[in-house]
Unconditional design. Structure first.
Length: 188
């Protein structure tokens, strides 16, 4: 297993829809093992294949609830259903999120309070996950990556301008930009 470089916001793979996985192969299983290692090293609560330069519809997730109970898995070829958003602005204390492809920053973003995701696991067995709260946020965030959408693409105009300034300052707007979890220091 190995930690993979995480693509930064200017990399084209992050802005293109990912392709369905046609068959669960040993290469797909190896990719998922490496994605878990990379997600854990980052550390993160989710990682989509495009974030490591692979344009396939796969994401991993890992989260501990308030009682310390683990929630961890992989979904291949996911489909997502969400409830309509509640009207209003996001609460910066309760609805902020970050992204390994725009590391070190967090911005408020309104997401649906609940989500249903279906797909398959690495054995080809059906997966159905219906969650709310932070787990729903994680699934929506990772699913967006599979459609070529970064969470910063969903921000309001004021935060979007801040994102652009940060990206220019750090040189993240160019194709091929990446960082290695556990190795690269992303602090200015």
């Amino acid at each position: 297993m190995s930690v993979l470089p995480i693509r930064i916001m200017g990399d084209p793979v992050l802005h293109s829809p990912a392709a369905p996985v046609a068959e669960i192969t040993d290469e797909v299983r190896d990719l998922v093992r490496d994605m878990f290692e990379t997600m854990d090293a980052a550390p993160g609560v989710g990682l989509a294949a495009p974030q490591v330069g692979v344009g396939l519809r796969i994401f991993t997730y890992s989260y501990e609830d308030d009682e310390g109970q683990p929630w961890r898995g992989v979904i291949v070829n996911p489909e997502l259903w969400v409830r309509p958003l509640e009207p209003g602005s996001p609460d910066p204390d309760e609805e902020s999120e970050g992204c390994l492809s725009f590391p070190g920053e967090r911005f408020p973003l309104r997401r649906s309070d609940s989500a249903l995701v279906t797909g398959i696991d690495l054995e080809g067995a059906p997966v159905r996950i219906e969650v709310d709260g932070w787990r729903a946020r994680i699934l929506q965030h990772e699913f967006d990556h599979l459609d070529g959408i970064l969470y910063v693409d969903r921000l309001d105009d004021g935060d979007w301008k801040t994102v652009q300034k940060i990206a220019r300052k750090r040189g993240w707007g160019r194709p091929g930009a990446s960082w290695m979890p556990g190795i690269d220091n992303l602090e200015d």
